[in-house]
Design a protein around this ligand. Sequence first.
Ligand SMILES: [Zn+2]
Length: 203
Amino acid sequence: MDPYPKPLRELILQLKCLPGIGEKTATRLALYILGEKGDLAENLAASLKAVKQAIKLCPICFNITDRPICIICQDTSRDRSTICVVEDPSDVLAIESTRVYRGLYHVLHGLISPINGIAPEDTRIPELINRVKDTEIKEVIIATSPSVEGEATAHYIYRALTDRAHVGKVSRIASGIPMGAELKYMDQATLASALRYRQGVNE
Ligand SMILES: [Zn+2]
């Protein structure tokens, strides 16, 4: 016999679907929401609904937005000849927070992963290739993570863009070597990718 009434068990099950939330945390959160004396449950329910209804993907860069076109694509003061390619919307936030980049973005919503059956067509890579073909783009910066999937995706995009899209330059963020780190203590993959994607000293 389940000690919890059915609606509470249902809430626990839904909370458990969230990343990083196990049975214990889900139960704790559900009991908290149930016992909270204010409007938390009502507000939470309304926010969950609104976020799905109001937030869409920008049709140009596929970043999340509540406007027809996202504020970055709309911003005429940004460098429209440069596109930075990232895996997901949180990467846009991370790069924006550095304030060093003033170009546009393209959010892939996934990385190529043959092991998990994720092909280029399962991401927004085809849209990226068309976008670069159709607009005047001087540089594409590939800023995927230095993981196996991130490297495979970067390599695929590089090949596809240089073969088909006539972009001026495709670059890769230099990855992995932290400031002050000693080369001899780097793991091989990090060092190899840092070497492979070396950039001109004055760039
Ligand atoms: Zn956009």
